[in-house]
Design a protein around this ligand. Structure first.
Ligand code: GSH
Length: 208
């Protein structure tokens, strides 16, 4: 039994998925504790901040997705050792977090309010952030966000792009990323075509 355990919801995405992907890419064994939505109310209060992902490691508990992602990326060689390159990773990951918080705040709104809030995001924050992420990518060579190689930041941005293009978010046009930051769509394809990521999803029967 591995001494790493990741607790997150039972779907292929979200804040927990970059952690699962990084551990899989690094061939680090872990217990993949997937919570069914129906079980969440009874599990919520057992987590440090009433939210997931949560990582158990070295007999201790760690919360907050970016802290977990960085810890796991350091274990698996997916985090730069150069301080500036590491900061570029952090910048992209924190920008994604800002967006995920806004999306999360709309998830359970009544439909009318959800429409209003999401349309405002599509007009404002989403294009601003997506364009800037695209610019950061281009400024760093255009292929990856830091270190000229795939890092944890690329996994986090790719999961955001997958969510935005999935059609699962009502009132968010699935072509928004392509329209405002086509370089992020190319980046998404690059990440998802990485052989270890293709292998991860193929093993789980997920079509990309
Ligand atoms: N800042 C936290 C946010 C965590 C968060 O909101 N997680 C969501 C899932 S992605 C969650 O647990 N939602 C259920 C709830 O808040 O009850 C992090 O980055 O981990």
């Amino acid at each position: 039994m591995s001494d790493l355990k990741l607790t997150y919801f039972d779907f292929h995405g979200g804040r927990g998925e970059p952690v699962r992907l990084a551990l899989s890419m690094g061939a680090v064994p872990f217990e993949d504790d997937r919570i069914a939505i129906a079980d969440w109310p009874e599990r919520k209060d057992t987590t440090p901040f009433g939210a997931v992902p949560v990582l158990q490691a070295e007999g201790k508990t760690l919360a907050q997705s970016n802290a977990i992602s960085r810890y796991v990326a350091k274990l698996t060689g997916l985090y730069p050792s150069d301080f500036w390159q590491a900061a570029l990773c952090d910048e992209a990951m924190d920008a994604v977090e800002d967006l995920l918080q806004q999306i999360g705040a709309t998830l359970f709104l009544p439909d009318e309010e959800k429409k209003e809030r999401r349309e405002a995001l599509v007009e404002g924050m989403f294009p601003l952030f997506l364009k800037q992420l695209g610019k950061n990518l281009s400024d760093n060579g255009g292929r990856y966000f830091a270190d000229d190689r795939l890092t944890i930041a690329d996994l986090k941005v790719a999961m955001l792009v997958r969510q935005l293009t999935s059609g699962m978010l009502d009132y968010v046009p699935t072509n928004l990323v392509e329209e405002v930051a086509p370089e992020l769509m190319e980046h998404f394809q690059r990440v998802m075509n990485d052989p270890s990521i293709r292998g991860y999803y193929a093993k789980r029967g997920v079509e990309l």
